[in-house]
Ligand binder design. Structure first.
Ligand code: F6P
Length: 378
């Protein structure tokens, strides 16, 4: 392959702090050190499909290091399942066409777990792709950490610190919902750093009675308040069992090609997912009832993804972004740039796509929390 001259770049999935720092890292290195032209595609894979671009010259890349969000815009669109005119259509061919229309030598995709899978699909469709791992959830496999996480961790920790005031002044239980549908890194990290008394995460299904018992024990020790940090996707043991059974039922039905049974299992999964959406409110009410303590719920939501990136995220995003441009210049594609200690390592996308990084039961943070008498409800 001749020296890469023109690259595309896009951001996909939920926005997070550090995306602009990463765009700047890729773009500046590509332009200054390797003499490439850099074209940004707007709104993730949708903009690539529709060929909506922004010229990322030196001017466009200046003054963006500290900006939150993404100057390119983002979406959760998938190349192979895009909503076009109300129908779900495979738009991979249109994306490949845009890539060739611009005579791109490579495409850098910044995103979380879903983006890694979509990037892998584009590699299979013949495109030269390098990815970067971003998400406040920190659940992308093969990398020590994702950019966005450190900032969100700071925001969620600060929120827990502030919630302590009301919890102690009113002798209340405050249940704080922290983002993370599938993994509990943010809740565990912020819970530990903020001194939460209870941490509920998807990887460790909880029993409300166990949580209530831990809170009652605190009351007996003279602590009349409690902070419960709960991940969006944390499930009670009962709900987790029901979900696992429904998924098993769907897999079996799919194997047997029993359409009616697959439909029924899918409906059951959707029903349980709907129940899951309100689980923080439910656990707040359950704890009030079981302990007799007044309980309140706070949902941090998108506050955790907003605003200026932390210094740690700026450093990480810049470091990985620069490495992505170097890999493109070396003609190394089909890889994600992973953070491994101080190194930025190229990992084959096959090892990343479809593999979520969950909190291991014996992770140092879990062990530390248990030593510090944090209740996980198990
Ligand atoms: O993936 C990041 C994340 O913030 C998750 O923590 C959260 O579950 C999800 O995105 C929310 O997505 P949206 O902003 O599309 O509602």
């Amino acid at each position: 392959m001749s020296r890469p001259k023109h690259i595309g770049i896009l951001t996909s999935g939920g926005d997070c702090p550090g995306l602009n720092a990463a765009i700047r890292g890729v773009g500046r290195t590509a332009i200054n050190d390797f003499g490439m032209k850099v074209t940004g595609f707007r709104d993730g894979f949708r903009g690539l499909m529709q060929d909506r671009t922004i010229d990322l010259d030196r001017e466009a890349l200046s003054n963006i290091l500290t900006l939150g969000g993404t100057i390119l815009g983002t979406s959760r669109d998938k190349p192979h399942r895009m909503n076009v005119g109300g129908k779900t259509v495979d738009m991979t061919d249109a994306i490949v066409e845009t890539y060739h229309r611009h005579h791109l030598d490579g495409l850098v995709c910044l995103g979380g777990g879903g983006t890694q899978k979509n990037a892998m699909r584009l590699v299979k469709a013949g495109l030269n792709v390098v990815t970067l791992p971003k998400t406040i959830d920190n659940d992308v496999s093969q990398t020590d950490v994702t950019f966005g996480f450190d900032t969100a961790l700071g925001i969620a920790t600060d929120a827990i610190d502030r919630l302590h005031s009301t919890a102690t002044s009113h002798n209340r239980i405050i249940v704080v919902e922290i983002m993370g549908h599938r993994t509990g890194w943010l809740t565990l990290g912020a819970g530990l750093a903020g001194g939460a008394d209870v941490v509920l995460i998807p990887e460790i299904p909880y029993d409300p009675a166990v949580v209530a018992e831990a809170i009652r024990a605190r009351t007996q020790r003279g602590k009349h308040f409690s902070i419960v940090a709960v991940a969006e996707g944390a499930l009670s043991q009962t709900d987790a069992r029901a979900m696992a059974a429904a998924v098993k039922r769907r897999v079996k039905a799919e194997e047997k090609k029993d359409k009616k049974e697959v439909k029924a299992a899918r409906e059951e999964i959707s029903r349980l997912a709907e129940v899951e959406k309100h689980s923080t409110l439910r656990v707040t009410e359950q704890l009030e009832e079981l302990t007799g303590l007044e309980s309140r719920m706070t949902i941090l939501g998108h506050l955790q993804r907003g605003g200026t990136p932390s210094a740690g995220d700026r450093l990480l995003a810049s470091r990985l972004g620069v490495r992505a441009a170097e890999l493109v210049s070396e003609g190394r594609f089909g890889v994600m740039v992973a953070a491994r200690g101080e190194e930025a390592v190229a990992v084959p996308l096959e090892q990343v796509a479809g593999n979520r990084k969950e909190v291991p039961a014996d992770h140092a943070w879990v062990q530390t929390a248990r030593r510090l008498a944090v209740c996980f409800g198990d």
